[in-house]
Ligand binder design. Structure first.
Ligand code: NDP
Length: 327
C-alpha cells in the first residue's frame, strides 16, 4: 500500500521557522514494525533540543517522540499489537508529529480503553520519565524530600501528583506565582518562584537546614549549581535536562566538598530501549492515570500546521502542563 501522511520535517537546525509540514510516503510495516494512524501527538522540550541541533539528528529528519492512535497494520513478528488496536508511545526515532507513520513496534504500547488518545499523547514521554525518575534512578521511600524544578511544566505536573501518591514530599520551583499555585494544587508540598526568590535559601528554610534527599533538575545551566547546595550529605543530583542551556563541565571534586554527593544524567531512551521494561513502565503509568492518582493536564493544543507556534510558546515559558498537536 502506498499513501502519504502530513509530517513535520526539518531540513536544517534553527528556530521554529525551520519546522515544515510535508507529505511523506507511507508504506507497509516491515518485520518488527507497525503502521499507526495518530489522533494526537505530544510536544516535548526534547523536540526543541532536536530542532536547534543541541541534540543532533541526521537531516532531513521528522520531529516528535510521543503520540497516540490506532494500529493499522503490523509487520512480521509483532505479537503485542494488532490492527484496530488503540496504542500510544514515547519512542525513537523521532517522527511523531504526523498523521500516520511506520515505526518499530517495541516501544508502542497497547492503550487501555479508559485513557483517551489526547491524554495518552500528552503523557507517554513525560509520564514514563516520571516513572523512571521516581522508581528506577535512585531508591526513594515515603517521607523522602525531592526538589523538582519546572514543577508546573509537562513533566512537572505529573511529577507533583506522582510524588504525592507515593508519600514523597516534593518541593517545586516555577517561574511565576501562578505556576507555583498550579504545582501546589497538583500535590507539590511547597513551590518556590525561582525568578523572584533564591531557591537554595528557600529550600534550606523549608527543610530547616537539612536539605533534600534528591534534586531532579531539568532546567540545567541556570539551576545546576544552586541545586547542589540543596542536597543533604550523600544526596543524589539527577540532572535530566537543559531547558535554560547545557550544564557547564563539572569539577567532580565539588561533589566531595558538598558532602559526598552522587550525580547521574539519565535519559528515558536508555530505559525504554528494553521492550519488557518499556511496557512495564507504561503499565505503571496507565495504572496511576486509571486509578485517578495522576490527572493529565492538556493546557495548550495547536493544529499540526501551527507546530511552530507551539514551539514558540514552549520556549517562551508560556505553557503549563502538556501541549498536544491535533491531527
Ligand atoms: P516543560 O513543559 O517543563 O517546559 C520547560 C520549562 O522549563 C518551562 O516551562 C520553564 O518553566 C522552565 N524553564 C526554565 N528556564 C527556562 C528557559 N531558559 N527556557 C525555557 N524554559 C525554561 O517541558 P517538558 O515537560 O517537555 O520537559 C521538561 C524537562 O524535562 C526538559 O528540560 C526536558 O528536556 C526534560 N526531559 C528529560 C528527559 C530525560 O529522560 N532526560 C525526558 C523528558 C523530559 P518555568 O517558567 O516555570 O521556569
Amino acid at each position: 500500500m502506498q499513501q502519504t501522511a502530513r509530517t513535520v520535517v526539518i531540513h536544517e537546525f534553527g528556530g521554529p521557522e525551520v519546522l515544515q509540514v510535508e507529505d511523506r510516503q507511507l508504506g507497509d510495516p516491515g518485520p518488527g514494525e507497525v503502521r499507526i494512524r495518530h489522533h494526537a501527538c505530544g510536544l516535548n522540550f526534547i523536540d526543541v533540543y532536536q530542532r536547534t541541533g543541541l541534540y543532533p539528528l541526521d537531516l532531513p529528519h521528522a520531529l516528535g517522540m510521543e503520540a497516540a492512535g490506532l494500529i493499522e497494520a503490523v509487520g512480521e513478528g509483532v505479537t503485542h499489537l494488532e490492527p484496530g488496536q488503540r496504542a500510544a508511545y514515547a519512542a525513537t526515532p523521532s517522527g511523531a508529529y504526523c498523521e500516520a507513520r511506520v515505526m518499530p513496534a517495541a516501544q508502542v504500547c497497547p492503550l487501555p480503553d479508559g485513557i483517551s488518545f489526547d491524554a495518552a499523547a500528552a503523557m507517554m514521554l513525560k509520564g514514563m520519565t516520571v516513572e523512571y525518575l521516581f522508581h528506577r534512578t535512585t531508591p526513594l521511600k515515603r517521607g523522602d524530600t525531592v526538589l523538582f524544578h519546572a514543577a508546573a511544566g509537562g513533566v512537572g505536573l505529573i511529577a507533583c501528583q506522582w510524588a504525592k501518591s507515593e508519600g514523597i514530599t516534593l518541593i517545586g520551583t516555577a517561574g511565576t506565582d501562578e505556576k507555583c499555585s498550579l504545582a501546589q494544587f497538583n500535590g507539590a508540598a511547597h513551590c518556590i518562584n525561582y525568578r523572584t526568590e533564591n531557591f537554595a535559601e528557600r529550600v534550606a528554610e523549608i527543610t530547616q537546614g537539612k536539605g533534600v534527599n534528591v534534586v531532579m533538575d531539568s532546567v540545567g545551566a541556570d539551576t545546576f549549581e544552586g541545586s547542589l547546595d540543596c542536597l543533604k550529605p550523600l544526596g543524589m543530583m539527577i540532572s535530566f535536562g537543559n531547558a535554560s542551556g547545557p550544564v557547564p563541565p563539572l569539577n567532580i571534586g565539588i561533589l566531595g566538598q558538598k558532602g559526598s554527593l552522587k550525580i547521574t544524567r539519565p535519559t528515558l531512551f536508555t530505559h525504554i530501549s528494553d521492550q519488557t521494561v518499556c511496557q512495564a513502565m507504561a503499565r505503571r503509568l496507565f495504572g496511576k492515570v486509571e486509578g485517578g492518582e495522576v490527572k493529565i493536564h492538556i493546557d495548550q493544543r495547536f493544529p499540526l500546521d501551527q507546530v511552530a507556534d507551539a514551539h514558540r510558546a514552549l520556549e517562551a515559558r508560556q505553557t503549563t502542563g502538556s501541549t498536544i498537536l491535533d491531527i
